[in-house]
Design a protein around this ligand. Structure first.
Ligand SMILES: [Zn+2]
Length: 125
């Protein structure tokens, strides 16, 4: 049961970790009054279609094949992918097909002088 609870939040755990490490970026309005004031500016590694499907397959392989528990592996894999499906339904259109697509989009959306600051996001305090 714990594996299922963790599986549906795996992408969120990675999002928090990657934001903390400065790999992904999230910004907020000066005052956060609603979830609309939080901007998920760059999260292609924790939240993309390719990474969600890959994480689900990896969980299925590790638990289903590695631990020889195919039912648990399938349940955990579906749990991971279910997060992606629900995010696709509820998010603004901010989920990339894969990390390469988001990185290319971020690079083309800024001027050459912005590239160095965008490629090295500020770390959380
Ligand atoms: Zn999410």
């Amino acid at each position: 049961m714990l594996w299922l609870l963790l599986s549906v939040q795996l992408m969120e755990f990675l999002w928090v970790l990657f934001n903390y490490l400065g790999i992904e970026r999230t910004s907020t309005e000066p005052t956060v009054k609603s979830v609309g004031d939080i901007h998920l500016s760059f999260m292609p590694y924790s939240h993309s279609i390719a990474s969600g499907v890959l994480l689900g397959l990896l969980a299925w392989l590790l638990i289903g094949k590695g631990l020889r528990n195919p039912v648990a592996g399938l349940a955990v894999g579906i749990g991971v992918v279910s997060h992606l499906v629900l995010d696709l339904i509820t998010h603004a259109p901010d989920i990339a097909l894969g990390p390469a697509f988001a990185v290319a989009g971020a690079m083309s959306a800024c001027s050459p002088s912005d590239v160095s600051s965008r490629s090295r996001p500020a770390r959380a305090a």
